[in-house]
Design a protein around this ligand. Sequence first.
Ligand code: CDM
Ligand code: ATP
Length: 297
Amino acid sequence: MYISEKAPAKINLTLDALYKRTDGYHELEMVMTTVDLADRIDMFELPGPAISLESSSGLVPQDERNLAYRAAALLKEKTGIKRGVHIRIHKQIPVAAGLAGGSSDAAATLRGLNRLWKLHLSDAELAGIGAEIGSDVPFCVYANTAIARGRGELLTPLPPPPPCWVVLAKPAHGVSTADVFQRLRIDQIEEHPRTKAMVEAIKNRDYPSVNRHLGNVLESVTMKMDPEVRKIKEKMIQFGADGVLMSGSGPTVFALVKKEARARRLVNGLRGFCQQVYAVRMLGTRSEGVLDKIRTK
Ligand SMILES: C[C@](O)(CO)[C@H](O)COP(=O)(O)OP(=O)(O)OC[C@H]1O[C@@H](n2ccc(N)nc2=O)[C@H](O)[C@@H]1O
Ligand SMILES: Nc1ncnc2c1ncn2[C@@H]1O[C@H](COP(=O)(O)OP(=O)(O)OP(=O)(O)O)[C@@H](O)[C@H]1O
């Protein structure tokens, strides 16, 4: 028997850094949501207790360093369950892109094994385990829309943003999240995003206001490290995006547009100088899609 789980990418509609903590991390306040660009995680029951893993992408580790593998190992440790699993990752989300691909794979593995092994853990319990793997994993367990505080693990759910298209473009090179945070000077931030205004915009389903309040304090830092981020942002505005922002620590930039035709125009305009471009729907809520079901071989 095997189980499949969809692992959607996250985007940041806002990302604010409030102060540097004594543990070296930055205290964050973010509004995050999900888009319909997703990896698929297949989990096959094994007769023994071992975990094994393969991925369709050569860009991610295929062993115990993979975040999906770590999720399975940690779940076994926490529950004392002695069962084994083979994890197959169909990678669609660009790697080291600011889209939480690895975190979402880990979260989907926790959700899937919870079903496969009939553990009956709540989402809150899975998120608690996920927090030990990475800051974005708790959000990815719920895979909805939320305000995230702390390192990202303190979540307040929100309704999904107004429906729209999301065009994502990833520059050729990845950036290291640690490098970006290290270069951030909190006392030199020119404009903090208005998180409350974004929350109101989402609650009121006010699409123009969502676009007006997009903001990420890491954007100018990453732009200095990778000028392609600024170039993509300018192109997206030129091609008629309603709002444009870098996601997470980058370097992926996303544009919001209402109409599919406009999304296609953006994709065509960007393809000339950016290889990884996607047009997908905003999700904002966990879709119990066709992939999230149990199959028998
Ligand atoms: C930028 C976000 O994507 C926003 O959702 C996440 O905070 C990034 O989470 P992540 O990729 O899991 O990154 P982590 O492995 O937690 O952090 C990598 C490094 O970035 C720095 N870091 C990260 C998160 C944070 N709140 N403050 C930090 O200063 C730390 O030096 C940390 O060692
Ligand atoms: N399942 C996985 N998918 C992608 N990357 C993984 C996975 N497991 C481990 N990694 C490693 O994690 C690193 C970060 O990859 P990821 O795609 O999650 O970055 P990201 O999108 O920038 O994440 P975030 O938005 O949380 O900062 C990569 O260098 C990769 O080698």
